[in-house]
Design a protein around this ligand. Sequence first.
Ligand code: EPU
Length: 335
Amino acid sequence: MKKYSTYPMQQHNTFGLNVKAAQFIEFETEEELCDVIKAGLSSPVLVIGAGSNLLFLNDYKGTVLHSAIMGVTVVEETDGHLLLRVGSGMQWDSLVEYTIQNGWQGLENLSAIPGEVGASAVQNVGAYGVEAGDLIEQVEAVSLSDGGKRRFTHDECRFSYRNSIFKAEKKNKYVVTYVTYRLRKIPEYRLDYGNLRSVIGDGNEVSAATIRKAVQEIRQAKLPDPAVIGSAGSFFMNPIVSDEHAKKLLQTYPQMPHYATADGRTKLSAAWLIDQCGWKNRQHGPVGVYKHQPLVIVNHGGATGQEILDYSMQICHSVEEKFGVTLSREVNVIE
Ligand code: EPU
């Protein structure tokens, strides 16, 4: 276990904000985590993954907890599928690569996403028609209130678009230690999102590896590399509005992208709404909107969390004014 005081967080948030945490604790085993919680942590407590969805407004006055639990174990295997139990501290994309190398399918559409395994369950990361929650069999976690262990079944996790019980009712109550994924050994691919099929190319063999390569290419072209330009990927979620509201907007903007949701509402494209308000590739001081994907707010260098938040509010206001649609943040703002 590693414990530090007044710890620099710049390497632990992909916006690259230069803030400090009063305490920073990195645990390598579930037991270490249970012990440190039982011994008492100085509050407030913030559990982080790779920091790819965080916006710090200030130095953090409490304890930042980070999992360094590694390891991948096959816990069940049949001819058709397998269950893989993975430590929450493993890098997400290393897991995706590892599963593809082993001939296991399911995670390929989620290639090249920054972050760690624990956050895949908290955030229900999604891309190109697949959400991590679709593949999660169970989540193991430790309670921040008493250091006790608990398992959450797939249904108990209550996955929905970029959401789970760990972001809702149980927010800040549990630390994820292991995630078990149900993967396929028999090919069954999702190619219907956007231009995925055409990037793979007609006539080319479709495999988990070719999907991974295509997704890497699409993401590279659209999204900034956090190692080069600070960002947290999509800053806002795609808004879900009533069918009635969507129909009204479509009368004025017939070209507006829209997708029916399972519950009869309509999901709109935040990127499109922001683009229509003229924000793409704009910059104010060190903060701006990415040139290839208007849903991404970038730190060109030296921005503060407050400057980024203020800029995001301006974007929000203009979308609200033009379309009457309220954008919700995907990024987690830390006061
Ligand atoms: N668009 C524009 N202008 C642009 C770019 C896009 O109008 O400059 C519109 C287009 O209509 C396009 C639509 O936005 O068809 C969708 O763009 P994209 O395929 O990039 O998807 P997204 O809805 O903007 C979501 C996720 C991404 C994920 C992609 C691919 C959210 C909030 N974001 O973006 O996730 O990679 O789909 O599945 O759901 C993230 O969460 O950090 C993230 C990057």
